[in-house]
Design a protein around this ligand. Structure first.
Ligand code: CAP
Ligand code: MG
Length: 436
């Protein structure tokens, strides 16, 4: 046992270590971390367990027997060699104030001070398992994949949903926005969203925008019979967020969008738990890359996805199999794990629609389809509104690319009889897939 004399602030006590058999997964939140340290893995894990439960850098004279026996987090498993690898830390449920501090209190421990510990050169929270007792405190998605599909009418023919982000992302008036939404919807999109940067700017007030866009989508419904979702971004401080959401819903909005990282997860928890607007919640993840991007440090997207599902997201941006913000080879396995999680049976919660977004155009659809399969939303902003023939043709080209994938026909083959797709491929090219 050392007591902080090494200048790294390490205090190790055997109470922060346990045999795996002694950990009851129903009585603990279990976090898996990747660490790089000069300490061996067990000690590195104990440093996390100490800091994030009852301890600090030295022994404490005020620690009583109950605290020492009931509340320490414990390392119970390591994998790797030297100081590099994975450690599993179990946090007893009794540590947490689940009723009145919820996700804030959980994150303050499993994802708190540990990222700054000098003893750890790098540390990444890669996964978290919540026991039933914690999961039951959260609604999970109220609508889920099936509810969204029911609204759009794709429960049986389970093709991917096509989404768009109105572009330019900011600067358009409500009328201009509505016209673009009409064209996109007529062209074949199922889902339209505000950009994460658009809320209630003077050039495009939220109320007017919702009124105009919903009129346009009603028009589409009367012409085609199709229901199209429009996600209104209500991201703001809590007071304004509620005002924006009520205004949106009162004017017919059928989806609400939250920038969940920017808002902070406890705000998302409060918003969803205390208000049921009876519409899907679309979760944008802007700012996530500040902590998800470095594979050796930070917090994984899988962890964010687990929390987002607990809190009640119906659709969540997860990155793409190919596009401007995804598709790196090393990240494919991680992406598949996240997609698998969102669509798995989990604590009885509804399933979340994974959303691929960022720099997507028709030429990238097959690469994304290969990773996601049928149950996902594929978004294109520039890849629709930048089509040389305009938004309507851009949406049609994306739908044709999706239809080609579902039919198992190569894109260039399908493009021979589909002009919009052919022109999109001429404009932006096509990503050829390897045979694996
Ligand atoms: C896509 C997008 C999204 C990003 C977010 C944008 O537009 O709306 O914010 O996809 O990325 O403004 O860039 P484009 P992620 O289709 O025009 O690129 O889903 O990876 O968090
Ligand atoms: Mg955006």
């Amino acid at each position: 046992m050392s007591q902080g004399s090494d200048g790294k602030g390490i205090y190790l006590d055997k109470i922060f270590y346990a045999d795996p058999e002694s950990i009851d997964p129903e009585r603990h939140i279990v976090a898996k971390y990747y660490v790089e340290s000069e300490l061996d893995l067990k000690a590195a894990g104990m440093a996390i367990a100490t800091e994030e439960s009852i301890g600090t850098w030295t022994e404490i004279t005020t620690t009583n027997e109950w605290i020492r026996t009931k509340l320490p987090a414990k390392v119970f498993r390591t994998e790797g060699s030297g100081g590099t690898g994975f450690v599993w830390v179990a946090y007893p449920i009794d540590l947490f104030d689940l009723e009145t501090s919820g996700i804030a209190n959980i994150l303050s421990m499993v994802a708190g001070n540990l990222f700054g510990l000098s003893a750890l050169k790098n540390v990444r929270l890669v996964d978290v398992d919540f026991p039933k007792e914690v999961a039951e405190m959260y609604p999970g998605p109220r609508i889920g994949i099936e509810g969204v599909r029911r609204f759009v009418g794709t429960e049986t023919a389970r093709r991917p949903h096509l989404g768009t982000i109105v572009k330019p992302k900011v600067g358009l008036s409500p009328d201009q926005t509505a016209r673009i939404c009409y064209d996109a919807a007529i062209g074949g999109v199922d889902f339209i969203k505000d950009d994460e940067t658009l809320v209630n700017q003077k050039f495009c007030p939220l109320e007017d925008r919702v009124v105009r866009v919903m009129e346009a989508l009603d028009q589409v419904k009367s012409e085609t019979g199709r229901n199209v979702l429009f996600a209104v971004n209500v991201t703001a401080d809590p007071e304004n967020m509620i005002k924006h959401a009520e205004t949106a819903i009162d004017n017919g909005a059928n989806t609400l969008m939250l920038d969940i990282v920017i808002l902070g997860l406890p705000t998302v928890e409060w918003f969803i738990k205390s208000h049921d607007f009876h519409v899907p919640i679309h979760m944008h993840r802007a700012m996530h890359a500040a902590f998800t991007r470095n594979p050796r440090h930070g917090i994984s997207m899988l962890v964010l996805a687990k929390v987002a599902r607990l809190l009640g997201g119906d659709q969540l941006h997860v990155g793409s199999g190919a596009g401007k913000m995804g598709g790196e080879e090393g990240r494919k396995a991680e992406l598949s794990e996240i997609i698998g999680f969102l669509r798995s049976d989990w604590h009885g919660k509804r399933k979340v629609f994974p959303v691929a977004s960022g720099g997507i155009h028709p030429g990238f659809v097959p690469a994304n389809y290969r990773v996601f399969g049928n149950d996902f939303v594929i978004n294109a902003g520039g890849g629709i509104h930048g089509h040389p023939m305009g938004t309507r043709a851009g949406a049609a080209a994306m739908r044709q690319a999706i239809d080609a994938c579902v039919a198992g026909v190569p894109l260039d083959e399908y493009a021979k009889n589909h002009e919009e797709l052919r022109i999109a491929i001429e404009r932006w090219g096509e990503m050829r897939l390897s045979e694996d």
